[in-house]
Design a binder for this molecule. Sequence first.
Ligand code: NAP
Length: 255
Amino acid sequence: MLLQGKKGLIVGVANKRSIAWAIAQAAHREGAQLAFTYQGERLKESVGELAAGLGGSSPLYECDVTNDAQMDQVFAGIKSAWGSMDFLVHAVAFAKREELEGDFLPTSREGFRLALDVSAYSLTALAQRAVPLMTDGGSIVALTYYGAEKVIPRYNIMGVAKSALEASIRYLAFDVGPKKIRVNGLSAGPVQTLAARGISGFTDMMKIVEGKAPLRRNVQIEEVANAAAFLLSPLSSGITGEILYVDCGYNILGM
Ligand code: NAP
């Protein structure tokens, strides 16, 4: 029960295959009380059904992370439901499908802006609103990927967005450390999700990892979720501004 008595918001559940949902299940198992967001009315019912499956009543809020007013409402809702919160999970990313295939060179100004807004700035926007509610310290975890630091063909603009996300993690960690709030990134190996299906050649990426990673397999979503539970919990109390790889060791390879 690593998260007994802790209350946290999970942003990024789209369906039962979402990494955010796996993290929610691990956090629930460890005793946390959870709130969820969904993006747009079409997802309200499915995210609501998943949340209800955990038993108890999890607050549920609409939140498009490009919409400041909606984000304000989420945290006003959490303040009135809970008074304070202990953790935040950021598992949100988006880029235009046509910019996740072929070359990086043709990336458009609008595609760049959109990917960086949804996938990177959103962490800062959410943290601005979560930090005042983390009155007894807290932990913020954001999902990232190795394409932030090395070229992964076709990951393109999302790699640039993840670089910005990882730099944001470090700057946020520096700002909020004195408030006993930690901010970390969790760099997951490839996992079959809705977002992953938008990256052309994703199945090939999984085959390459399986053939080369030190553990000779792809990471299981439960392993990503367990590592997130660790970063959210007091077991990781001395870790902040860090990127933790949960990728079967793939990132250590030079060739
Ligand atoms: P997913 O289930 O599709 O989750 C992505 C989430 O981002 C969805 O809930 C999506 O909602 C949400 N989102 C997109 N635009 C949004 C917006 N404007 N406002 C609010 N939410 C928005 O895929 P996932 O793989 O679990 O992704 C979760 C995180 O893990 C992402 O940051 C991703 O980059 C990261 N990650 C994934 C992998 C992988 O291999 N799958 C590896 C490393 C890191 P909609 O579906 O409604 O758009």
